[in-house]
Design a protein around this ligand. Structure first.
Ligand SMILES: [Zn+2]
Length: 252
């Protein structure tokens, strides 16, 4: 085999490998390519890592930057720092939101991958401090633990319950005891007995149910996390996170 033939064969295998890898990545993370290319699309970068779909007027920019600043303050207050560096994308059109998030629901969608994270906001109700702080908490937890640990070891109810501590849409009280009591009331009023933590430990179990069950799943998750903080303080949450990091197991 000549040198030229060896190079051709190597190039062929390399291209084939890249193609297969791209297809696998696209299958696993269909949002990555659309999200990673917003800077070339119909978006305006209004701050580092913050994009608004055009036409982005001054009022949109002012409101988004103010909401991001308030959300960051909530994250720093609880975590004592903010490490997550997710790119934030505000979609003005519903169709753009659906194209980027590959979802038809919700005010926002977080995309976490081993290389980068994105927070996609739906302009309808996503340009909001509660929504942004909620998504930033998902990003913060994943950044703290790493993508692999968070995907394998963190139950969805823990991830969502923790995010609710930054999100006052369901429960408006800000101190942990009142939050726990309000979540407990909601659980007693509307959560059916068959909704267990085991059932909502995966994303499929948490989200792929009817609307009432998803709401119940949020209430139950919020009650678990706020109850733990009310009883033992937030240090107990950090203990769970430390055990996950050091021993690769979930203890709550
Ligand atoms: Zn969430």
């Amino acid at each position: 085999m000549s040198f030229f033939e060896i190079i051709m064969k190597f190039t062929y295998y390399l291209l084939f490998f890249c193609l297969v890898l791209s297809l696998i990545l696209y299958r696993l993370f269909p949002q990555v390519l659309p999200c990673a290319s917003v800077s070339w699309g119909n978006f305006r970068e209004v701050a580092e890592g913050v994009f608004i779909e055009n036409p982005a007027n001054e009022a949109d920019i002012e409101q988004l930057m103010s909401n991001i600043s308030s959300a960051k303050a909530r994250i720093k207050f609880f975590w004592g720092k903010k490490q997550g560096k997710a790119t934030i994308i505000l979609c003005k059109n519903e169709s753009t939101y659906q194209y980027l998030s590959k979802s038809t629901q919700g005010a926002a969608f977080s995309v976490g991958t081993p290389i980068h994270s994105w927070i996609i906001l739906n302009n309808k109700d996503g340009n909001n401090t509660d929504v942004i702080a909620h998504e930033m908490c998902h990003d913060e937890l994943m950044t703290e633990l790493g993508w692999w640990t968070s995907k394998r070891k963190v139950p969805t109810w823990f991830d969502e319950g923790l995010a609710l501590m930054f999100d006052y849409r369901f429960v408006s009280a800000t101190d942990s005891l009142s939050r726990f009591q309000e979540y407990e009331n909601e659980v007693n009023l509307s959560v059916k007995e068959d909704l267990t933590l085991e059932r909502i430990s995966t994303r499929q179990g948490f989200f792929e149910t009817d609307g009432n069950s998803v709401r119940g799943a949020y209430f139950l998750s919020g009650m678990m996390i706020s109850g733990k903080i009310a009883r033992y303080g937030k240090k107990n949450i950090f203990k769970t996170i430390e055990i996950l990091k050091k021993e690769d197991k979930f203890e709550f």
